[in-house]
Design a protein around this ligand. Structure first.
Ligand code: 13P
Ligand code: SF4
Length: 304
């Protein structure tokens, strides 16, 4: 506890010295969230990254998030405290495979989940996050099919909400896809009064059983605003920190003990400290790719 306090104080001091801003995702370790200037879902984090006037962004999340920050704020130093913090789902599609798919459907509008590399974004018309996916897709021309990469579960969820023809990719999140309908039934049997909230990266069978389907920020708002006292949580367990903080007198139960993202947990307070000292490891995007990739992120932010 004393060590955490010392390190956190040192991080706050260095942050001012470097004119740095620390952005953290809700799945980050509690002590990392506590030193952040902004904690959010993927959408909130990209909005912050686009607007900040800091010189340095310390991105406590995974690689594609830091990359998006670098695309949106090219003049800034973007540091990812653990260079190996990736997103396995984002790695399930690459630009060459996507180009191939686009040839099969030359008329399609190409939509990417933000959980993609800069090279893939450069091939897409518009990006989305779990918070705005339905809105983004609903805004697209009705006479064209939609190629959606890489999350087949989020893609299916968008289809159920918009009725739009979607050509889905075979990608999924290892963490969310493992949650089963049986897990939800078991949790509901143990906590019959609890409402079920899940992330749209979950399997369609799980999503169909939920009282609320939302991004991480959306789930937190739902828990704050809803009169219910108990909630079953179908997303990565790091979200419990903010749920308990915002709703200290409500109860939250994980839908499964397996809901952990190893990549989100790679960022430690020690690594954030080192990142501020060394301003490494950096994430940057070659200018040619950046110019192509920024269009789909800007279009997403405009629609939102
Ligand atoms: P959101 O925070 O945007 O809901 O995303 C969840 C996620 O899995 C990020 O990788
Ligand atoms: Fe990627 Fe899933 Fe981890 Fe999010 S929770 S970073 S989608 S692996």
């Amino acid at each position: 506890q004393e060590k955490i306090k010392q390190l956190s104080d040192e991080i706050k001091r260095l942050k001012k010295e470097r004119n740095a801003v620390i952005l953290a995702h809700f799945y980050q370790r509690p002590e990392v969230q506590e030193v952040a200037d902004f904690i959010g879902d993927s959408l909130g984090l990209s909005q912050q990254a686009a607007e900040t006037d800091a010189d340095v962004i310390i991105f406590c999340g995974v690689h594609f998030m830091a990359e998006s920050a670098s695309i949106l704020s090219p003049g800034k130093i973007v540091v990812l405290p653990d260079e190996h913090a990736g997103c396995p789902m984002a790695d399930m599609v690459d630009a060459v495979q996507l180009e191939q798919k686009k040839k099969e459907y030359p008329d399609a509008t190409v939509v990417c989940y933000v959980n993609t590399s800069a090279e893939v974004k450069a091939e897409c018309d518009v990006a989305c996050t779990s918070a705005n996916a339905v809105k983004v897709v609903a805004s697209l021309p009705k006479d064209k099919p939609i190629i959606f990469v890489p999350d087949k579960n989020l893609g299916h969820y968008i289809f159920t909400r918009t009725g739009r023809e979607m050509i889905l990719w075979e990608g999924y999140c290892n963490t969310h896809h493992g949650l089963t309908a049986a897990d939800i039934l078991k949790a509901k049997a143990e906590h019959p009064d609890a409402l079920v909230m899940v992330h749209p990266e979950c399997h369609p069978d799980v999503v169909a059983m939920a009282d609320k389907v939302a991004s991480t920020a959306g789930m937190i708002n739902f828990a704050v605003e809803n009169d219910a006292r108990e909630f079953i949580v179908g997303t990565e367990m790091g979200i419990l920190h903010m749920l308990k903080k915002r709703c200290p007198d409500k109860q939250f139960y994980m839908a499964s003990k397996k809901l952990a993202c190893p990549n989100m947990k790679k960022t430690t307070l020690e690594k954030v400290h080192q990142a501020l000292i060394n301003l490494e490891p950096r994430v940057s995007v070659p200018e040619k790719v950046r110019k192509q990739a920024i269009r789909c992120l800007e279009r997403m932010l405009e629609i939102t």
